[in-house]
Design a protein around this ligand. Structure first.
Ligand SMILES: C[S@@+](CC[C@H](N)C(=O)[O-])C[C@H]1O[C@@H](n2cnc3c(N)ncnc32)[C@H](O)[C@@H]1O
Length: 276
């Protein structure tokens, strides 16, 4: 793809690398041996909440560029947060999902909704052999998994005939940040925010792409045990979440939000057309 040459550049690579290294730290959660399995189900339930509220919000924002002729490639669909609402507005979706557990959850969620215009491929996006080009290539809540952001954007453009779309969370909710400060005893300075949506924007503008950016607010409800796992999935990168730490999280949540927690989140929805 065509990119412009610039004399002055922002060194975003080093910041990205540092932030990402913090975000992908190994998780130390020992209070429940089924933690990962339960977390995968929580993730699915969280986004199924209110009939895929967050995914529907994204689809509404994309309104103008969607139509029933579009063939879509989705990278890292997870439980179908976006796949399910999007499938109703396009011709078909090919999903590349690396996790066998998440593929099973996605299959089940698609079946529940009687959706049939999809194809699931259980492969890593970086390694998958993709023969086709798509009208739209999309990834949502995915970038923190990406080591080389430029390569990722380049690859998205390579397989797109028309649009590329990124959906990225913007920041973290206040309760999780406070839990981090109270329980880990450190000031929160964005330790788990490398989802930062401004990185792809900067790179794409450097490449002279015009990026449409819209912001979306959405919510999901967690019961106490789901809330503990949600917080543990962040704090466990900084401390060991053993029985004692899990109990501190429980007490913290009961004091802050009670038995049920409505998490308020924000995401940026960005789309652009590659220049050939
Ligand atoms: C944080 S989840 C996001 C799920 C969904 N897109 C959403 O917006 O809620 C990221 C998903 O990408 C998958 N994944 C991670 N690395 C991947 C890769 N290299 N190729 C394909 N899928 C990947 C994970 O298994 C997970 O299901």
């Amino acid at each position: 793809m065509k990119k412009r040459e610039l004399k002055y550049r922002i060194n975003w690579q080093d910041a990205w690398k540092e932030m990402r290294n913090e975000r992908i730290r190994k998780l130390r959660v020992t209070y429940d041996e089924d933690f990962l399995k339960k977390s995968a189900e929580d993730f699915s339930n969280r986004y199924k909440w209110n009939d895929y509220e967050s995914g529907r919000g994204v689809v509404n924002l994309l309104g103008d560029i969607l139509n029933k002729d579009l063939e879509v490639l989705e990278i890292g669909p997870g439980p179908g947060t976006l796949t399910i609402p999007l499938s109703e507005r396009v011709k078909n979706i090919v999903c590349l999902e690396a996790s066998p557990v998440n593929i099973q959850i996605l299959k089940r969620n698609l079946q529940e909704k009687e959706i049939t215009n999809f194809k699931l491929i259980n492969k890593y996006w970086e390694k998958a052999k993709i023969e086709d080009r798509f009208d739209l290539v999309i990834c949502s809540h995915f970038l923190w998994m990406v080591e080389d952001l430029k390569k990722h954007l380049d690859r998205m453009e390579k397989f797109s005939n028309r649009y590329c779309v990124i959906v990225q969370p913007c920041g973290r909710d206040e309760v999780t940040k406070k839990a981090f400060e109270d329980i880990c005893g450190e000031r929160y300075t964005g330790q788990f925010e490398p989802d930062a949506e401004y990185f792809p924007y900067l790179i794409l503008r450097e490449w002279s792409r015009f990026v449409d950016v819209h912001y979306l607010e959405y919510s999901f409800k967690l019961n106490l045990e789901e809330g503990i796992r949600y917080i543990a999935s962040y704090l466990g990168k900084f401390i060991e979440v053993d029985e004692q730490a899990a109990d501190r999280i429980r007490k913290f949540l009961l004091a802050e939000v009670g038995e049920s927690w409505m998490v308020l989140d924000k995401a940026a929805v960005m789309w652009w057309e590659p220049i050939r």
